[in-house]
Design a protein. Structure first.
Length: 376
């Protein structure tokens, strides 16, 4: 590619945009800008590699090719055809098109996919003198959005979503997405200094993401990305930046505890921690959170108890909140960060939260209830 600087877009879960922005700024990315559900930055392709390797809260890294008004299909076709597709895609590239429309005159996703694909093929014909393209080579997935009649087209450099770290092929009945778990850990400000606990650990995702935070582990360092196979991507760059990320890891004696009342969940969590390479610093046990006990005077609890939409019925979930609230009543020096969709959580738990933050667990709108006043 001829450019030296690009615009990148990081889609993310609603409520985590600020966390993704903070991550990018800590990586010294330029021109960080936030919109609902996505964050933008600019830089050389090396910054795309760093973002893929190191982002904990973002969902994928998109290389933005262009943004243009698209009030109708003709505008979408011409705007797409104007982009430099032959500079990006080899003749044998596979280029599936996927995306969404929101608050726009164009609302049919299949029709938009068809128009975009047709426009790319027409542009490619001018370079390669082909009437049909075999699409037998590397995948260059094209993602589009049409928001308020403004189209954005991008290449998906990540491929498999960033929340799929690779350590969780098995999971319990209601798994928490890795990026949401990482977001909860970052909101707790855990840095590896105090005790960290998840007493409803399920498949162990929160504890594993806490271990990554303590170790300064780049979550994507041991997985592959779509852009590594692209013709204009330098494999030496990926290798060097992976090694750089590995060398930046910390070591130490961290106190991370995870427990669950379900023996099978604890077994799965242990296996996931082994795959994640953090089984040496996360300690798992079978335990009932309603009898929570730790010898340390203070620490951090980050957890996602089962609740009515997916596991327990509503009454069982609220009874669990009440019992856990009683168990935590004499733990005033422990900071607690608990995710729940129940608007009556504070009443059941027995205390008003110091602060609440809206987050989405899949399609479920939740609040992260934060209790930390006595800790500050």
């Amino acid at each position: 590619m001829k450019q030296t600087n690009y615009t990148f877009c990081i889609p993310c879960l609603f409520g985590t945009e600020g966390l993704v922005s903070d991550e990018l700024r800590r990586m010294k990315m330029a021109d960080v800008k936030t919109e609902d559900g996505r964050v933008f930055f600019s830089g050389p392709f090396a910054d795309c590699v760093r973002a893929n390797l190191s982002l904990a809260c973002g969902e994928r890294v998109l290389l933005v090719l262009g943004t243009f008004p698209a009030p109708d299909f003709n505008s979408l076709f011409e705007g797409t055809r104007a982009l430099p597709w032959p500079d990006l895609l080899p003749a044998d590239a596979r280029f599936p098109v996927t995306g969404y429309c929101l608050d726009s005159a164009l609302f049919s996703v299949p029709d938009c996919q068809r128009i975009i694909k047709k426009a790319i093929v027409e542009k490619m014909k001018s370079r390669y003198s082909l009437q049909q393209f075999p699409e037998t080579g590397a995948e260059y997935k094209i993602r589009f959005s049409v928001r308020k009649n403004l189209a954005m087209l991008a290449l998906d450099t990540s491929g498999t979503a960033l929340h799929k770290r690779g350590y969780r092929p098995a999971h319990t009945e209601a798994p928490l997405r890795e990026t949401l778990a990482a977001s909860m850990v970052r909101l707790s400000r855990y840095r590896g200094r105090e005790d960290f606990c998840d007493p409803f650990c399920g498949s162990g995702t929160i504890a594993i993401e806490a271990a990554f935070a303590a170790l300064n582990r780049a979550p994507g360092v041991y997985r592959d990305f779509a852009a590594e196979k692209w013709a204009f991507s330098d494999p030496v760059l990926w290798r060097d930046l992976r090694n750089e990320a590995i060398c930046a890891e910390y070591s130490g004696d961290y106190r991370i505890f995870a427990s669950d009342i379900d023996p099978l969940a604890v077994q799965i969590a242990r296996e996931n921690a082994v795959r994640a390479g953090v089984d040496h610093i996360v300690r798992f046990e079978i335990a009932d959170a309603r009898s929570f006990s730790r010898s340390a005077e203070r620490g951090i609890i980050v957890t996602n108890p089962p609740y009515g939409e997916r596991l327990l019925d509503h009454e069982q979930a609220e009874a669990l909140y009440r019992d856990f609230g009683r168990a935590m009543a004499d733990r005033e020096n422990w900071a607690l960060y608990l995710l729940s969709p129940d608007p009556d959580f504070e009443t059941c738990f027995g205390r008003r939260a110091s602060k609440r933050r809206k987050l989405y667990n899949g399609m479920i709108k939740c609040d992260l209830y934060m209790y930390f006043e006595s800790r500050r």
